[in-house]
Design a binder for this molecule. Structure first.
Ligand code: DGU
Ligand code: CA
Ligand code: CA
Ligand code: CA
Length: 195
């Protein structure tokens, strides 16, 4: 992903409603007012994407806060979370979410969090040192379909995919897993890997 071209302080969540926001490989450092990047819930995201917006060429700096929230679908391209906060990306309302060329490091628990029905497509990623790659919100039964291709996933203390929904599906292909825990945790309708 990017080599940093400079840094930008983020006083309040940057909202991208449709269209494309190009961060030009700057490092975005959120104010502690957004959150402290700990496991406390209710922190604000650094970016909020709405209605199919694209976010690209962004580095999220040392405080990850609540990462990136996506409403009604969106695309994340060439994004690095240097220090994942409470989580890195949350699907907040239904939609198709595409993540490509992404890297995420050093979370305590979740990388991706799915809080609404969604199709999540991840390609070309490096994710290291956290609890799990994807969690569908605990106790929910909506349908999430996650596919992951060409990723390096390492040092997951729990595993890759976790759901409580018997309607959801997960697939990982063409990827390299190292100390990544269990691939499928929970009640998936289907969860497969072809690596
Ligand atoms: O049910 O919804 O951890 O989006 C409890 C909450 C909790 C979420 C989730 C998130 O699961 O806040 O970060
Ligand atoms: Ca959480
Ligand atoms: Ca969160
Ligand atoms: Ca962290």
């Amino acid at each position: 992903t990017c080599q940093s071209t400079g840094s930008q302080f983020v006083r309040e969540t940057i909202v991208v409603n449709g269209g494309t926001y190009d961060g030009q490989c700057r490092t975005f450092n959120p104010s502690s007012a957004l959150g402290d990047g700990s496991q406390s819930e209710g922190q604000d995201p650094v970016f909020r994407l709405e209605n199919g917006a694209t976010l690209k060429n962004v580095i999220i700096g040392q405080n990850g806060a609540d990462g990136i929230h996506v409403y009604n679908g969106g695309t994340l391209e060439n994004i690095r979370w240097t220090d994942v906060g409470e989580d890195a990306m949350t699907v907040k309302s239904e939609g198709n979410v595409i993540l490509r060329n992404i890297e995420g490091y050093n979370g305590s628990d979740k990388f991706l969090q799915a809080n609404a029905a969604s199709n999540i497509t991840v390609s070309n990623c490096v994710v290291d040192n956290m609890g799990k790659f994807l969690r569908q919100n605990g106790g929910t039964t909506f349908e999430v379909n996650i596919t992951v291709d060409n990723c390096d996933i390492s040092n997951m203390s729990e595993g890759i995919f976790r759901t409580d929904s018997s309607r959801s599906t997960a697939h990982i292909s063409n990827s390299r897993l190292r100390n990544a825990g269990r691939v499928c945790i929970g009640n998936w309708a289907s969860c497969t890997s072809s690596n």
